[in-house]
Design a protein around this ligand. Structure first.
Ligand SMILES: Cc1cc2nc3c(=O)[nH]c(=O)nc-3n(C[C@H](O)[C@H](O)[C@H](O)COP(=O)(O)O)c2cc1C
Length: 347
């Protein structure tokens, strides 16, 4: 029998397949189904900085309404505690999930600014979360903020959050940092226990009739797995912290690729939304099938076996592959002409 056990953020998981943050993990019954289907852990939907700050802002406003001095007013502020609807229901959700399932439960915070909202990490820890995932979703749209200052701010934020709690902190990032490898190593130095690669950017669309800029969420396709694949392969040898890969995991074969590249766990949302929580069992069956066919007995044997240090061509995840990629394209369009990239000079 193949052994799917893996370690993630210092937690022992029975499977490397993790349900990432999304609508299913916001629903207690779906989480129970995910556990029954074999999932290793669940990440709850995010609690957003804006939601927390809004609610704490309201509380501060109420407390300061009848106070002239700010010092006096803040001394009257409640200690960090559960005192608002959104945090309240999030804490309830953690409690109910922990009561019903045995798998680790990872709470998620989503924000990018150092502020009072970070104190709520401790509330989530007290509620029973086994770890926190910090989602650093941000669009660097301010031309006055350089890449390096934005990255320093994000690293500082991670250090502050990691200092707030005793449970491990994973950081979910986008692939859009200017020097991704250096930034991820910085996350580890700042105290992160793991990195989740990657957030998907949800790009706006433009409605040509109303001229409104509108949100349009599209689920991922398996092709998207190649982005985290590259970065797991490159970064594995530089990191002692955990690597989770998220984006495009739809089958056990996608999972096998990512674990071979260096992932400790793979996360999936779109495939579970398309096929339901039971799809976890299919993914695991496919993973086991591949492992058996290729003589792997345990996920721990596979992990990183084809990272950049283990691959036959160590540069395959990097630029050296670029020319080869372009040259490997064969067009079915008869009018296509060679532009001199081809290395194949057959008869
Ligand atoms: C409907 C929906 C809701 C999501 N909500 C969250 C969220 O609250 N927090 C978060 O970090 N990621 C969220 N995600 C992103 C997923 O956790 C995941 O990282 C992303 O969908 C890529 O994985 P996939 O290709 O398996 O879908 C959401 C994704 C979808 C489709």
């Amino acid at each position: 029998m193949t052994d799917l056990h893996t370690d993630y953020l210092g937690l022992r998981l029975r499977s490397p397949i993790v349900a990432s943050a999304g609508p299913l993990t916001g629903d207690l019954d779906r989480i129970v189904e995910l556990e029954q289907a074999g999932v290793g852990a669940v990440v709850l939907p995010s609690l957003f900085e804006e939601q927390i700050e809004h609610e704490t802002g309201e509380i501060e406003r109420l407390y300061t309404l009848h106070n002239d001095s700010f010092g006096e007013a803040t001394s009257l502020l409640p200690e960090v505690g559960v005192h608002d609807d959104i945090v309240d229901s999030y804490v309830d959700h953690i409690g109910r999930v922990k009561h019903r399932v045995d798998i680790p439960v990872i709470a998620s915070l989503n924000g990018t600014n150092i502020g009072g909202w970070l104190r709520y990490a401790q509330v989530l820890e007290d509620a029973g979360a086994d770890a926190i995932e910090l989602n650093l979703y941000s669009v660097a749209a301010d031309p006055h903020v350089s890449g390096s200052s934005l990255e320093s701010e994000h690293l500082e934020l991670v250090a502050v959050l990691a200092g707030e709690v005793d449970i491990p902190v994973a950081v979910k990032i986008s692939p859009s940092y200017s020097s991704l490898a250096s930034f991820v190593v910085g996350l580890q130095q700042a105290g992160a226990g793991g990195v989740v690669m990657f957030n998907r950017f949800y790009l706006p669309d433009l409605d040509l009739e109303t001229l409104d800029v509108v949100p349009r969420l599209a689920l991922s396709t398996p092709d998207e797995v190649r982005l985290p694949l590259r970065w797991a392969g490159i970064l594995r040898e530089y990191l002692t912290m955990s690597i989770a890969c998220s984006s495009g995991v739809h089958s056990g074969f996608d999972a096998a690729k990512l674990v071979l590249a260096g992932a400790d766990v793979v996360m999936t949302t779109s495939a579970l939304l398309q096929h339901g929580p039971g799809h976890v069992a299919t993914i695991e069956a496919q993973l086991r099938h591949w492992m058996t066919a290729h003589d792997y007995h345990a996920v721990s044997e596979m992990r990183g076996a084809v990272s950049s240090s283990g691959a036959a061509d160590p540069t395959a995840y990097e630029r050296a592959n670029y020319i080869g990629n372009l040259a490997s394209y064969t067009s079915t369009f008869r009018g296509a002409t060679s532009i001199g990239l081809s290395r194949r000079h057959g008869p």
